[in-house]
Structure formats: C-alpha cells, structure tokens
Unconditional design. Structure first.
Ligand code: NAD
Length: 285
C-alpha cells in the first residue's frame, strides 16, 4: 500500500489533504519553525492555525522559508469570537492574510458559534465568492447552529471542525453533517493527550497487531471514517509518526472494537457554553 496523504473533496470540488498539522499552543518561534520544517519534509502540506493561536506570522515565515510553492499548500485559519460581525470579519480575515503573508486562504472557519455568526458568515460568503477563500466552514457548530445558519444564509458550510476521538465520536452530529455534505474535521483527534486515551488496552492490542502505535491506530480510525485530522505535535518523531498512517487499513471488526471506547463525554469545552462564548466575545482593550 502506498503511503500518500489522501485528499477529501468538498461540495464545491476543492480538495483538502486528509491529514494536516494543527499548531494550537505552538507559540515558541524556534520550536514552531522546526516543527513546520520537519512536517514539510515528511510530506505535510496542510496547516491549521487561528488568529487566537497567535502564531500565524511565524507559520507564514516558516512556510516561506521552504521552497514549497503556495499553491500546493493548504492553509486554514479561523475568525475569533470577538471578531464576529460583517465588517469585523472582513477586517479580521485581511489581518490573518497579512500575518500569514499570503493573499488567499484555502479554508476559513468560524471558530465558535458565538453571537452574530450569521453576519460573520455573510462576510465569509462574499470573500469566498470573490475568490479570497477557496472553501468556507465552521467549527464547534452543533446541529441547531447549522440549522440556523442554513436557514439564514446562502452557502452551506463545507466543513465543521469539531472535537472528535474514539471516546467522543460525534455520531449524531456526524450523521447530520453527512446529510448536508458537510465534511467532518476532528480537532483533538488524539484526545489532546488527555484521559489516558492512548493507553486503552483495545488500542494497545491493535497497535501490536498492526505493528503501529496507539496514536497511529486512532488516526487511522479517523481516516477510515472519512474524517480530516490535524494532530498537533512539536516533536519531530511524532510529527513523522502521525503522518505514517496511509500504508495500512483497519478491518471492520477492529473499527468496531475501537467504537467500544465511546463514552459520550467530551474532553474539552462545550460549544453551547454561554459563559465561555460571552467572555471570549469581548475584545481586549
Ligand atoms: P491532539 O489530539 O492533536 O493532541 C495533541 C497532543 O497529543 C500533543 O500535545 C501531544 O501531547 C500528544 N501527541 C501528539 N502526537 C502524539 C503521538 N504520536 N503519540 C503520543 N502522543 C501524541 O489535540 P489538539 O492539539 O487540541 O488538536 C489538534 C489541532 O486541532 C490543534 O493543534 C488545532 O489546530 C485544532 N484545534 C481546534 C480547536 C477548535 O476549537 N476549532 C480546538 C482545539 C484544537
């Protein structure tokens, strides 16, 4: 089996590499530059950042330092909660472009469904129609947010980036998204290193069986489900390990074994946590 990174196609025909590098919490410039260098070397072309990660400029510099042409890279950024609104989103988008040192994004997402996301989406629709963004989507949207957005705007989001891992597989939201051709993207695909997910006996047993690590088994489980994954690591050996998941596949029986890890409990923030949404919608002075 080859080990090429697979592509997934959005409803508008644009493709996204099914594996990318998430750069949340990567703030140390030297560490981030080196992580990007290693990632590019082993074949990553897709990078997931956000204004709030405060590393768009460093990511932009790291990508420029390589000889890889912009058109083969896939760059995602996100509009933060205090930048919601029509004019605010346009300004936030331009600021992200400037920091990244590019004149378009491959994917722009609404980071969380905080107040005024409809006006935010309308600005994104315009930027998309003008060719400044190749695909537009959302993150942390529940079914009720998606229904509301679809009822009040023109373009159906092409992707929804949501917490997803074997302990929280998001089956209900996932089924709704499939009905509307909304691609499923997982954040925290490895469970963010929390709750001993990667030492669960089922995963260790499968790791042994396939000659892979538990992290690779989990990432492959996402790949088999057609999910886009953006595991985060600054450790070169792990960046390589997480990339090495396209040369094997899991049997249906083994996928079913992983499904037994479903607890229905999130490891991280709830999309309807109003206190969080309100607090983070206030622009710092
Ligand atoms: P993750 O599941 O990718 O876990 C990252 C952690 O897992 C690392 O810090 C490391 O401790 C561990 N890890 C990585 N590779 C490993 C390996 N091979 N073996 C063992 N441990 C390993 O969690 P994440 O960083 O929260 O999510 C990934 C990306 O998703 C982020 O970097 C960010 O781009 C995005 N994200 C988006 C949102 C959102 O609200 N949209 C929220 C969180 C993260």
């Amino acid at each position: 089996m080859e080990n090429e990174i697979n592509n997934i196609t959005f409803s508008n025909g644009v493709t996204i590499p099914q594996l990318g590098l998430g750069v949340f919490k990567m703030k140390d410039e030297k560490e981030l530059m080196e992580a990007i260098r290693v990632a590019l070397e082993v074949g990553y072309r897709h990078f997931d950042t956000a204004m709030i990660y405060e590393n768009e400029a460093t990511l932009g510099r790291a990508l420029k330092a390589s000889s890889i042409p912009r058109e083969v890279l896939f760059l995602t950024s996100k509009v933060w909660n205090y930048d919601h609104g029509y004019e605010e989103t346009k300004a936030a988008f331009q600021a992200s472009l400037d920091r990244l040192g590019t004149d378009y994004l491959d994917l722009y997402l609404i980071h969380w469904a905080s107040a005024n996301y409809i006006e935010t989406w309308k600005a994104m629709e315009e930027l998309y129609t003008a060719g400044k963004i190749k695909a537009i989507g959302v993150s942390n949207f529940q079914i009720h947010h998606l229904e509301d957005l679809m009822a009040h705007t023109e373009i159906i989001p092409m992707i929804n980036q949501i917490e997803t891992h074997p302990a929280f597989p998001q089956d209900e939201l996932r089924a709704f998204m499939a009905q509307h051709a909304i691609i499923h993207e997982a954040w925290g695909p490895l469970g963010q290193g929390k709750n001993d997910l990667l030492t669960q006996p089922v995963l260790l047993e499968l790791a042994e069986k396939y000659g892979k690590t538990a992290a690779q088994i989990v990432l492959r489980w996402h790949i088999e489900r057609g999910i886009v994954v953006i595991p985060k690591s600054v450790t070169p050996s792990r960046i390589r390990e997480n990339r090495d998941i396209f040369d094997f596949s899991l049997s249906t029986v083994d996928m079913d074994k992983i499904a037994t890890l479903n607890t229905g409990a999130r490891y991280s923030g709830h999309p309807d946590d109003q206190e969080f949404l309100t607090r983070t919608s206030i622009r710092p002075s």
